[in-house]
Design a protein around this ligand. Structure first.
Ligand SMILES: CSCC[C@H](NC=O)C(=O)O
Ligand SMILES: [Zn+2]
Ligand SMILES: [Zn+2]
Length: 425
């Protein structure tokens, strides 16, 4: 079909910050097959319209990383990096009021429904819209401002941010400070995150004597596994109690949650009911706080959770760094020792916002790879008065919140890119 000139003009007219956001949201970037090339093409079209420099880097085949640059007037100053991941978690369309890649706009409140509306396609487009508005006002940054759009965050970032921070392209950016995604705030105050917990995947496997389902004996694989599940659950309760009694937030304790169980003999008609299996397995999602001693956790796992004496073995998948290159916990300073922190806070105030007490993020972002390099990073997504819907059904964001976020980034980008060389790095 040919587009008439009239239709084209209409399309241009309809090209607003909201429609540009919707267009990005309509690209299906959900795992296991995120449409990375469509997402990158779209973002490149935006970068071109903003006259930003861009390069597409491949640290792994079919997993592009798009790097945009707004050149500062003083390239000797450390730069600012604004990060957002390209990918999204899958959605269950049948559980949604509107299809997850429709970016449907609900007319009564302007809520835009899409997987990625909060996590984290909003910030990618807000960064670009803020740059658009700053450019339109004739603003020029002293520091260079880079925007990185990275693949695979939702699956751990091994082929994305982890490789990027080790690249020569990254070193050449001389990043002094970075912003990455945060989380929506149900109240009026924006939330800000100075650390993530570190994710570990733990698979424990029990072996034991197989036998007749009618016979009670000691040392079956199921018994061995269930004993471990009990021990792990006791640890879980000890941590959760601290949360339940209000002494700490969820993100301030070590979490361990069972995520799968695998055992039993199977036949064509289902599980075999009268054989006690010789193997049984369980999987756990573990999250360490930034100050948890990883060696102590490793010892606990080996000696209490999966001890050889109970015929147990385990596989521990440590996803990403837990200490920085100097062996320090991956935490960004939120006091006067970090000059970027004051500039950040001040910029939020100038945009008419307030911050709640800085938090540790319960989940994980790519910020940990940057912090590993010693770069101060704050996790921040300017969504206030907004329900927390990341990874949930009916993820949505109200357009007024989205538009306000653009203004917040205008304030942040202008302040961060102008402020003089900090006395301490
Ligand atoms: C286990 S690494 C995967 C990272 C993922 N990030 C966002 O949800 C998370 O589960 O926190
Ligand atoms: Zn995210
Ligand atoms: Zn996510």
């Amino acid at each position: 079909t040919t587009i008439t000139q009239e239709q084209e003009e209409k399309q241009d007219e309809a090209d607003t910050s909201i429609t540009r956001f919707q267009r990005y949201l309509r690209i299906n970037t959900a795992h296991p097959n995120p449409a990375y090339s469509s997402a990158v093409s779209y973002l490149i079209s935006q970068a071109e319209s903003l006259a930003l420099r861009y390069q597409t880097l491949y640290f792994s085949p079919n997993k592009p990383l798009l790097l945009l640059t707004w050149q500062g007037t003083d390239p000797s100053l450390p730069s600012i990096l604004l990060n957002s991941h390209l990918d999204s978690v899958p959605a269950e369309p049948s559980k949604w009021q509107h299809p997850p890649f429709s970016a449907f706009r609900r007319s009564h409140d302007g809520a835009i429904f899409a997987r990625g509306a909060q996590d984290d396609k909003c910030i990618a487009m807000q960064y670009l819209e803020a740059i658009r508005n700053l450019k339109a006002r004739g603003f020029t940054p002293s520091r260079s401002v880079h925007v990185s759009l990275v693949p695979d965050e939702e699956i751990g970032g091994a082929d994305g941010a982890a490789k990027f921070v080790e690249s020569k392209e990254f070193a050449e950016l001389k990043v002094g400070f970075a912003l990455d995604e945060g989380q929506a705030s149900p109240g009026d105050e924006y939330r800000v995150f100075y650390a993530d917990r570190s994710p570990w995947g733990l698979k424990i496997k029990a072996r034991g004597q197989p036998g007749h389902g009618a016979w009670m004996y000691d040392g079956s694989a199921m018994e061995n596994l269930m004993k471990s599940v009990e021990v792990i659950n006791r640890f879980r309760e000890s941590q959760f109690d601290v949360v339940k009694t209000g002494k700490a937030l969820n993100s301030e304790v070590v979490s361990v949650n069972p995520v799968y169980l695998k055992a039993g003999l199977q036949s064509e008609s289902g599980f075999v009911m009268n054989v006690q299996p010789s193997e049984a397995e369980a999987g756990f999602d573990l999250r360490l706080t930034p100050t948890t001693d990883p060696d102590e956790m490793r010892r606990r796992i080996a000696s209490e959770w999966a001890p050889v004496i109970r015929n147990m073995s385990y596989e521990l998948i440590e996803k990403g760094p837990i200490r920085d290159y100097l062996g320090r916990p991956l935490m960004t300073a939120i006091n006067d020792s970090n000059p970027w922190w004051s500039v950040f806070k001040q910029a939020i105030t100038s945009a008419g916002g307030k911050l709640s007490k800085p938090e540790i993020l319960a989940s994980t972002t790519d910020a940990r790879f940057l912090r590993q390099k010693g770069i101060p990073v704050l996790g921040f997504s300017p969504m206030r008065n907004t329900p927390i819907l990341l990874h949930d059904h009916n993820e949505h964001l109200r357009e007024t919140v989205y538009l306000n976020g653009i203004e917040v980034y205008e304030s942040l980008i202008s302040s961060l890119s102008l402020f003089p060389e900090p006395s301490q790095p």
